[in-house]
Structures are given as structure tokens and as C-alpha cells.
Design a protein around this ligand. Structure first.
Ligand code: ZN
Length: 264
């Protein structure tokens, strides 16, 4: 429990620090001019963060995923508990499988009408910056938590690894939503392995066809292997529009509107 407690501290401190660093980088090297600007978008996204933190507390990632990890460990349940592998091999397998599970979840968020209602809240943002990574409806957070817990139990992922993966995933989400202009060469090298801001930008296109590409949150492997990789929007990164085609006003900047969006 001491380890989990310390892990909880890092799970908050690392993304928080990264958020500040990326927001500063956005101010220095912006990729695109924001359509709706920072305010009240940032206030709304701060409220998203607070409501998700409240839900996260009730349905704590540590409680649900922690319970799944502890239960799998106690009952010797899950694939990784059936084989004797060095810890780092288990951790590497868990990271790769969890990353694919997240890719698959995102794919189905775009395929299933009920799930799309929740996920569309994330896509209704008309700009993309580091705070867009906070803009997930609590409904989606609940679905993700239970889904990831099931994968953690089935695979028998150790608690510390599950927690480290969560930090890694959040760090990647903050990075690939940020409005930072990376040198082209660096972008090209990075995206051999990791999803870069320009790569994720394509996924946030108002063109529905382009939203069905680049589902990855960390590794680019799955999009490349499964034929959903797209290097750039047909309109180009500079001219591409962000958001949902039918919502072309300031409504997504409002918190109440955004919370009600899945019900409309
Ligand atoms: Zn999406």
C-alpha cells in the first residue's frame, strides 16, 4: 500500500508538471492560432478536470484497477500470473497489450453510437491544445475505468505496472493534444514510435473520414499495422479545421453545454 500511495502521488504530480511545461511551450512555439481562444475554453476544461477528479475519487482508478490487480494477484488469475517471467518482461508485455486495448477502445468509441455520444464531447472542442486532453466526459471516464480494470484482471497486470501505464498514457495524451510546433524532422523521427501532436491533429479533423484515422494515444504501431494511419489532413496541418462539422459556434467552450452534449 505504501508503494501504491507513492504511486498515487506520482500519478498526479507528473501529469501536472507536464501540463505546465506543455502549456508554456504552446505559448512560445504555437502550432496554430486558436479559433475560440483560451477563455472560456480553459475554464471549461479546468471544470472537466475537477468533475473527473471527483468521479475519479468516487470510482478511484486505484480502487477499481487496484482491486482488479490485487484480485488477479491473490487468485493467480490472468495470463501473466500463469507464466513465470522476469518483472521487466511482464511490464513490457502489459504496456504493449494495454496500449493496444486503449487503441481498440478508441476505435469502438468511433464505431458504436452510444459510445460516440460520450466521446463526441472530446471531439467537439474547436481547438486543440494541452487542455483538450482533460476534456473527456465523466461517462467516458467511467467506461474506460471499468474496461481497463477488466484488461488488468484478465492479463494479471501488477498494480504498480498498471499505475505506471496510466501515468504514461496521460503524459502521452497531454503531449499529443498540445498545440506545439515541433521541428519537422523531430516529428518524423518521433512518430516512428510515438503519436505526435501533428499526427493526432488529423484525428480531430471536422472531416468524419479523417476522424477514423490515428486512434493511437501512445504507440503509432497499431494505426500503422491496421491501416488507419494518416500522415496529414488532405487540407494540410495549417488549414485543417478541428472539431465537429455541425458544431461551428462557441457552444463547446461552455461547461454546462459540454456536459449535456451526450444527452442531446
Ligand atoms: Zn477520437
Amino acid at each position: 500500500m505504501i508503494q501504491a500511495g507513492l504511486g498515487h502521488y506520482y500519478a498526479v504530480a507528473i501529469p501536472a508538471l507536464l501540463l505546465v511545461l506543455l502549456a508554456s511551450a504552446e505559448a512560445i512555439w504555437p502550432r496554430r492560432a486558436l479559433v475560440l481562444g483560451r477563455n472560456p475554453r480553459w475554464r471549461t476544461h479546468a471544470l472537466f478536470f475537477i468533475s473527473n477528479a471527483v468521479i475519479g475519487r468516487l470510482l478511484s482508478f486505484l480502487v477499481v484497477v487496484g482491486m482488479a490487480a490485487n484480485w488477479a494477484d491473490t487468485h493467480k488469475f490472468g495470463v501473466l500470473n500463469l507464466v513465470a517471467l522476469p518483472f521487466w518482461v511482464e511490464a513490457a508485455i502489459a504496456f504493449i497489450v494495454l496500449d493496444f486495448a486503449v487503441w481498440l477502445q478508441h476505435f469502438f468509441m468511433h464505431r458504436t453510437p452510444l459510445l460516440w455520444r460520450m466521446h463526441a464531447v472530446h471531439h467537439s472542442d474547436r481547438d486543440l491544445d494541452v487542455t483538450t486532453a482533460l476534456r473527456f466526459h465523466p461517462f467516458e471516464l467511467i467506461v474506460s475505468t471499468f474496461y481497463k480494470s477488466a484488461i488488468v484482471a484478465l492479463l494479471g497486470v501488477p498494480l504498480l505496472v498498471a499505475l505506471a501505464f496510466e501515468v504514461w498514457l496521460n503524459a502521452n495524451a497531454l503531449f499529443n493534444h498540445s498545440n506545439i510546433r515541433l521541428p519537422r524532422k523531430l516529428d518524423r523521427i518521433l512518430r516512428l514510435l510515438l503519436v505526435t501532436p501533428d499526427m493526432h491533429l488529423v484525428h480531430h479533423s471536422t472531416l468524419v473520414e479523417e476522424q477514423k484515422h490515428n486512434f493511437g494515444f501512445a504507440l503509432t504501431l497499431w494505426d500503422r499495422a491496421l491501416g488507419t494511419y494518416r500522415a496529414e489532413s488532405i487540407l494540410g496541418a495549417e488549414n485543417q479545421k478541428i472539431g465537429l462539422a455541425m458544431i461551428d459556434d462557441g457552444r463547446p467552450s461552455g461547461f454546462i453545454w459540454s456536459m449535456k452534449q451526450p444527452l442531446t
